[in-house]
Design a protein around this ligand. Structure first.
Ligand SMILES: [Zn+2]
Length: 327
C-alpha cells in the first residue's frame, strides 16, 4: 500500500488465485499481505513518492486492472492500517484486491478517538508481556493508528501518555518523538474495558442458512446464547450478500473472536466459512439439529457438534460451550 517494501516474493501463477502471478509483500508499515503482481505494479506506478514521505499528495486514483474500481490514493493509508492490524494479530497474508481495498478502507476507525483507542489496543496486542517497550517510528508506524503522517501518530501517542494509558520516554521536540512506549497498568485496564465493550474482539460470526423459515434458530437460540455469554452476534443477511459476497465474509471473519456454524440444510457457504475460520485458528462451535445430523458432511464429524432437539436445548448448550471454548 506504499512503496516502503522490506521484501517481496513473486509466486508463480497460483491456480487458487485465478492463475495470475501473486506477490507476497512484507512491508515495515503495512505488515504482510498478498497482492496480484499486476495490481502491485498499478500501485507502484501511482504512488512513486509515498515512501517515507509525510507530504499529502494530490488526490489521485490507483488504476487497478479492474476498470470498475479506481481506488483513491488518499485512502491507501486506511488499507495500510487494516493490513498492519491483521498482521499484528497474526492474521497477515490477506489477499488484497481492488474490491477488498475498498472494504478495508470502509471498516477503518472513522474518528480521532476511535483511532486513539485502536492504537492502544494494537500496542497491547503487540505486547508479549506487561511493560514491554516498543520502539515507535512515525513514518514506519503511522499505520498502527491509521494515520496519514508520522506527526499524527505522535500526537495520538502524546495524548495517550498524558492520560496515563501509556508509559514512555518522550523527547522534547516538535513534533514529539519517543524513545519507547509501553502500555501502562491503567492502559491495560482500559484495554480490558474496550475488549469487553463494542469492539471487534467481541464479535461472534454466525454461519447458517438464510432460509426465513429457519430464522428462529438464530433468533431464539444462537443470538441469545452468544449475548448471554458476553459477545455480539453478527449474521450477514441475504441482502448484504448480494454485493461483495466473499470480501465481506472474509473481513468479518477476520474481525471475529469465534464462529458458530449451524448446519441446517447443509449449505455449502456454511462449510466454507467454518473451514476458513478453522484455517485461521479461530474457535468454531459446530451445531446441528438431531434429524439433520445424519446428513452432515463426513469431514466435519470429528468436530464434536452440539446435536440439538429443541431451541431451548440449543441455547443452553451453546452458551455453555462458548464459555468453555472461548471464555
Ligand atoms: Zn507498505
Amino acid at each position: 500500500m506504499c512503496t516502503g517494501l522490506a521484501s517481496l516474493t513473486l509466486d508463480l501463477p497460483d491456480p487458487s488465485a485465478g492463475g495470475i502471478a501473486v506477490c507476497d509483500v512484507r512491508c515495515h508499515r503495512c505488515g504482510s499481505y498478498r497482492i496480484a503482481e499486476r495490481d502491485r505494479q498499478a500501485l507502484v506506478r501511482h504512488i512513486p513518492h509515498v515512501h517515507n514521505s509525510d507530504e499529502a499528495d494530490q488526490p489521485r486514483f490507483v488504476d487497478f486492472n479492474d476498470p470498475a474500481s479506481a481506488f483513491p490514493v488518499d485512502r491507501l493509508h486506511l488499507v495500510s492500517g487494516y493490513l498492519r492490524e491483521l498482521t499484528v494479530r497474526g492474521q497477515g497474508d490477506t489477499l488484497v484486491s481492488a474490491a477488498s481495498a475498498t472494504t478495508m478502507a470502509d471498516t477503518a476507525p472513522a474518528t480521532v478517538p476511535a483511532r486513539s483507542e485502536k492504537l492502544l489496543l494494537t500496542l497491547s496486542a503487540m505486547s508479549r508481556f506487561a511493560g514491554e517497550r516498543h520502539d515507535i517510528q512515525g513514518p514506519r508506524d503511522r499505520s498502527l493508528a491509521y494515520c496519514t503522517s508520522g506527526g499524527e501518530l505522535m500526537f495520538l501517542l502524546h495524548h495517550l501518555l498524558q492520560d496515563g494509558l501509556l508509559d514512555g520516554d518522550q523527547v522534547r521536540s516538535d513534533p514529539p518523538i519517543f524513545h519507547w512506549v509501553a502500555v501502562s497498568l491503567k492502559g491495560w485496564s482500559r484495554v480490558e474495558q474496550l475488549r469487553a465493550g463494542v469492539t471487534s474482539f467481541s464479535q461472534a460470526f454466525v454461519a447458517m442458512t438464510f432460509d426465513r423459515d429457519l430464522e428462529w434458530i438464530y433468533l431464539d437460540s444462537i443470538a441469545p446464547a452468544i449475548e448471554d455469554a458476553g459477545y455480539r452476534p453478527l449474521i450477514l443477511s441475504r441482502h448484504e450478500h448480494a454485493g461483495r459476497v466473499d470480501e465481506r465474509i472474509i473481513l468479518e471473519l477476520n474481525r471475529s473472536r469465534f464462529v458458530v456454524a449451524e448446519f441446517a440444510q447443509h449449505r455449502p457457504s456454511v462449510y466454507f466459512e467454518a473451514g476458513y475460520a478453522v484455517g485461521r485458528g479461530l474457535p468454531v462451535i459446530w451445531t446441528c439439529r438431531a434429524e439433520e445430523y445424519e446428513h452432515a458432511h463426513f469431514d466435519t464429524r470429528q468436530y464434536n457438534h452440539i446435536v440439538w432437539r429443541s431451541a431451548e436445548e440449543l441455547r443452553d448448550r451453546l452458551f455453555t460451550r462458548i464459555k468453555v471454548v472461548v471464555g
